[in-house]
Design a protein around this ligand. Structure first.
Ligand SMILES: Nc1nc2c(ncn2[C@@H]2O[C@H](COP(=O)(O)OP(=O)(O)O)[C@@H](O)[C@H]2O)c(=O)[nH]1
Ligand SMILES: [Mg+2]
Length: 219
């Protein structure tokens, strides 16, 4: 019985996600679903990215958070449209919550929509929310074994950001093991090394985002 209910929930989520993806494509909005453990640097990445790209693109943000709106408060300085989804304990966002949040945006005016998912390496990977791509972020302080331990996210993600590279000299992070495990899970995955503190690697990330937006325009 429980299994049947779960199956119905997952199927409903998938069909809503497919409709969302169609809508985003029609409106030419690049939607990036940021997934990581709590504290890897998702909001820091948004702070830098919005500051650097807001004159080129019109950007919106959906902040998924269990209870607070603290991340959204950090982004308020940029004066861009943003919506907070409090999941009230749930460990991930789903398509229905994104549908509701979209009522607050005019998609005709948006080029790039970031979704900061709830900090968690497991549940957000299981729920398609209609995004153009999932971006997985891992920080060096979490250890190099995360791809091997949480493979689903890295199968699903198009790009991985390895953040906090500035801390590599101080933590026991073996880059070669991290790359080896990642490539074994997903040979095509793109890896960008970043530091949101020193800004190293961020130009490569902005370049990746620009290319994805360009691809939408020409399609
Ligand atoms: N040293 C260092 N700290 C970082 C970096 N990126 C984020 N942080 C810090 O890590 C903490 C968590 O970052 P936050 O952006 O809130 O992570 P989130 O929970 O994934 O949104 C904050 O104290 C950030 O200042 C980085 O590249 N290097
Ligand atoms: Mg955050």
């Amino acid at each position: 019985m429980e299994i049947q209910v779960m199956k119905a929930i997952m199927e409903d989520n998938i069909s809503r996600a497919e409709n969302l993806r169609k809508l985003f494509k029609e409106k030419k909005v690049l939607v990036l679903n940021l997934i990581s453990s709590p504290g890897s640097g998702k909001t820091s990445l948004l702070e830098k990215t919005i500051r650097n790209l807001k004159n080129e693109y019109s950007i919106g943000v959906i902040e998924g958070d269990i209870t607070t709106s603290r991340d959204a408060e950090r982004l308020q300085q940029f004066d861009i449209p943003q919506v907070v989804i409090n999941t009230d304990g749930a460990c991930h966002l789903n398509s229905m919550s994104i549908e509701k949040a979209l009522n607050e945006f005019d998609l005709d005016l948006i080029d790039l929509l970031f979704i900061e998912n709830v900090g968690n390496l497991v549940c957000p990977s299981e729920f398609d929310i209609g995004e153009s791509a999932k971006i997985a972020m891992v920080s060096t302080t979490e250890g190099d074994d995360k791809p091997a331990k949480y493979p689903l996210l890295f199968q699903e993600a198009e790009t991985v950001l390895l953040n906090k590279t500035d801390l590599i000299p101080y933590v026991n992070f073996k880059k070669d093991l991290f790359y080896r495990d990642l490539k074994a899970i997903n040979t095509d995955i793109k890896i960008i090394e970043t530091s949101c503190t020193t800004e190293e690697g961020l130009e490569e990330w902005y370049g990746w985002v620009r290319k994805k937006i360009n691809d939408l325009e020409v399609r």
